[in-house]
Design a protein. Structure first.
Length: 68
């Protein structure tokens, strides 16, 4: 009986560890959701490290490539 309980506890712990470590496949994230997650951090880093001009230049280059 103790062996069965130990296996169940091990499976539960393994499941939690897989969730934390990201070993389980997750559904694909929408690109807009990914951009919404990354852009605030990118803006913060650009302002903190003084790279705002480089960000604006790069963004305008990308916009030019996209034809906007």
């Amino acid at each position: 009986m103790a062996d069965i309980a130990g296996r169940a506890a091990h499976r539960t712990y393994g499941h939690q560890a897989a969730d934390v470590l990201g070993d389980r496949p997750s559904p694909t994230r929408h690109p807009l959701v990914a951009a919404a997650m990354v852009l605030p951090l990118a803006v913060l880093l650009a302002v903190v490290f003084g790279g705002w001009d480089a960000v604006v230049t790069q963004a305008s280059s990308v916009a030019g490539l996209l034809g906007r």
